[in-house]
Ligand binder design. Structure first.
Ligand code: WTA
Length: 658
């Protein structure tokens, strides 16, 4: 498996600090190991205990864990009754220490814009929102698409859905109208929730136009609720659009909305993610298992305590925002800080200034953001008092040891453990991550599996890999937070996750385990590119390219990128009669931004005379990846290609590409 040789050799090890250890939930490696062993020996006991400790149930379950990866079928807390919104908000109102505590502190990009919602205030906002949805005819099981930026009302919208048993599908605000449309249609959403826009890097970005364009072709959408972020009058074009403020006017200040009693296995939300085919898939999670898992991992991996001021920088449009901005921390009654803007505006000290100003204690972010800020220099974090911080975390892609150490030294000031958390949309929550005060950290390694999680590394033939041998990362047994299916396409769920290695959950990632049992994630082995922690399917990008009238054929690969982790490299074969001009290149870039969104902006477009293919017509992506990365020496055996000379031409073109 030459492709899987791990080049990373990192010998440093960082031990958890003494400070904070005594108060930690799990304070030593010994305790971690004990709990881990117990969780594998007796999963029923282990998960039942955690579920009772962390979540309020209206009725306990009949069966704790059940799974069959061959079918596949996964069920946790079957027969149990609960409501996710009740757990995140209502139950805290009975606790005088939490009722008037800040649930959400929001800082807009312009300094003047701030908002605080206490748990009590968040409850009344959610009740109104839920009532509005009900009045518009939304019922249990209906789908609601949420297309909103980072704002507290987005959280209220999600929890309002959960309250009445509607299934939310949050679509990242950076996606284009076309991408939004595809997701609305796939979920057959009855209601869409959006707003006028948001601030990014000092500019106003409008969302409403894109939402209105998206729903034009969506007959399933009966209403579109429009929130007001900017505070200016909003002009509505589509007659299904209604202003949230108008809907709210008719409700009393103390409006109460009853919550639905949900079954543990009732779907809570759908979230779209990229895979190996052209169409994004709507992964869905269910109420009981997901909520237990989100709360459980938030508590142990961030060692979250009642007085923490917790900041996860993820957008709510991603799973990280779902589990670690909304469900996990709110279920635990924490104070969540949210920031609207980008890390580098108005200057690269912005995040550190916010940590200082708000006294942030836990900061959870992405390696790509760390690399961007690292490039701006140590002087930025140095300017601010960061002594409130006690735990740092990263997610989304492998973190290079250099960025890890920079974060540890310059932001954590060598006092804070760094939790590198490996997980996926499909896993619902952290899977491999250091418990901060228990597990010594090696920069670049996500360290040990969490309790209840049993990862294995398999060779292509399904046998287990040796120590330090790279292979396919798979999971041997189910955990509560696992996705239960692909919305409207159960066959695909089985094909994608349970077919490659029967009896295992297939992650699509490569990894190795070292002599100390530490896991090192090596990145995706399938046709998924990880750009700044965002998953993009190469097939999805390719089908977007070929929609353009000038494009005959497209092949997209990832290549190593200093800041983004991976960049997008597109080989484009033009149709007869089209010239490879720089104007056309620009047009293709804007075409992709329109079809998918700015996150999919290609870094390079190479107009290719043809693509290297096997005689059976399969594109040799391995070669295309090497050429994109400028690794021209070891292109491997090209003799099996239908037209070997095309490779030389591509190499020449790559050398001259700016
Ligand atoms: C990658 C994000 C290495 C991985 C939560 C995974 C990581 C994909 C890490 C899931 C990490 C995420 N180290 N790689 N700590 N975290 N990944 O669904 O390739 O957006 O399969 O979920 O991101 O991305 P997703």
């Amino acid at each position: 498996m030459a492709e899987l040789t791990s080049l990373l050799k990192e010998g440093r090890i960082f031990y958890p600090p003494q400070e904070g250890k005594d108060q930690a939930y799990i304070s030593s490696r010994y305790k971690y190991k004990q709990i881990y062993q117990y969780s594998l020996d007796d999963p029923d006991e282990f998960w039942a205990e955690r579920a009772k400790e962390l979540i309020t149930w209206f009725k306990y379950w009949d069966r704790t864990c059940y799974w069959d990866f061959y079918k596949p079928e996964i069920k946790f807390f079957e027969g149990g009754k609960l409501n996710a919104c009740f757990n995140c908000v209502d139950r805290h109102l009975d606790n005088p220490a939490i009722k008037n505590k800040a649930a959400i502190i929001w800082q807009g990009e312009p300094d003047r814009d701030t908002k605080v919602y206490t748990y009590h205030m968040l409850h009344s906002e959610i009740c109104k929102f839920a009532k509005i949805l009900k009045n518009l005819g939304v019922e249990k099981g209906d789908r609601v698409t949420i297309y909103l930026p980072t704002m507290p009302e987005a959280v209220a919208a999600m929890l309002a859905c959960a309250r009445i048993g509607a299934i939310h599908s949050v679509v990242f605000g950076g996606f284009s109208s076309e991408a939004l449309k595809v997701r609305i249609l796939d979920a057959q959403a009855k209601v869409v929730i959006t707003c006028d826009g948001t601030y990014r890097g000092g500019r106003r970005i409008t969302l409403l136009d894109r939402a209105e364009e998206a729903i034009r072709d969506c007959d399933c959408v009966e209403h579109c609720i429009v929130l007001n972020r900017f505070g200016d009058p909003i002009e509505l074009k589509d007659n299904r659009c209604i202003l949230y403020d108008d809907l709210k006017k008719d409700l009393s200040v103390a409006e109460y909305c009853e919550y639905e009693v949900m079954d543990a296995e009732d779907p809570l939300f759908i979230l779209y993610t990229s895979g190996t085919t052209g169409k994004p898939k709507g992964v869905y999670h269910t109420t009981g298992g997901y909520l237990v898992y989100a709360a459980h991992t938030t508590q142990w991996v961030f060692d979250l305590k009642p007085d923490d001021i917790y900041w996860c920088t993820a957008d709510i449009g991603w799973i990280t925002g779902h589990s670690y901005v909304v469900y996990g921390p709110l279920a635990l009654g924490a104070t969540v800080f949210m920031y609207e803007g980008v890390p580098t505006y108005p200057n690269p000290g912005r995040w550190w200034e916010l940590v200082d100003r708000y006294g942030i204690t836990i900061l959870y972010t992405a390696p790509t953001a760390i690399r961007v800020l690292m490039r701006e220099g140590d002087q930025w974090p140095k300017k601010y008092n960061l002594s409130s911080l006690r735990i740092l975390g990263t997610v989304g892609e492998p973190i290079n040891p250099e960025a890890w150490v920079w974060f540890y030294v310059n932001v954590g000031r060598k006092r804070c453990p760094v939790v590198d958390t490996w997980w996926q949309t499909e896993t619902g929550g952290h899977m491999i991550a250091p418990i901060p005060f228990a597990v010594p950290q090696k920069p670049g390694s996500a360290t040990y599996p969490l309790p209840g999680v049993e990862p294995v590394i398999l060779r292509a033939d399904g046998t287990e890999a040796d120590i330090n041998e790279g292979g396919h990362l798979c999971i041997k047994r189910a955990w509560p937070g696992m996705a239960r299916g692909v919305w409207g396409d159960e066959k695909r769920f089985k094909e994608v996750y349970f077919s490659r290695f029967p009896g295992y959950y297939y992650t699509g990632d490569g990894a190795r385990k070292d002599e100390d049992g530490y896991f090192w994630i090596m990145g995706r082995l399938d046709d998924v590119i990880n750009v700044s922690g965002h998953r993009l399917g190469t097939m999805e990008l390719e089908s977007a390219f070929v929609e353009h009238p000038a494009v005959a054929e497209a092949a997209v690969v990832g290549f190593p990128h200093d800041i983004k982790g991976e960049g997008i490299f597109a080989y484009i074969v033009l149709k007869e009669g089209f010239d490879p001009t720089s104007e056309l290149k620009k047009e293709l870039v804007s075409h992709i931004r329109k079809v998918i969104g700015p996150i999919a902006t290609p870094d390079f477009i190479l107009f290719a005379p043809g693509l290297p293919k096997t005689r059976s017509g399969k594109i040799m992506r391995r070669i295309l990846r090497k050429i994109a990365a400028q690794q021209f020496e070891d292109l491997g055996d090209t003799s099996t290609l239908a037209e070997p000379e095309v490779v030389e031409k591509l190499v020449d073109l790559r050398k001259n590409l700016k």
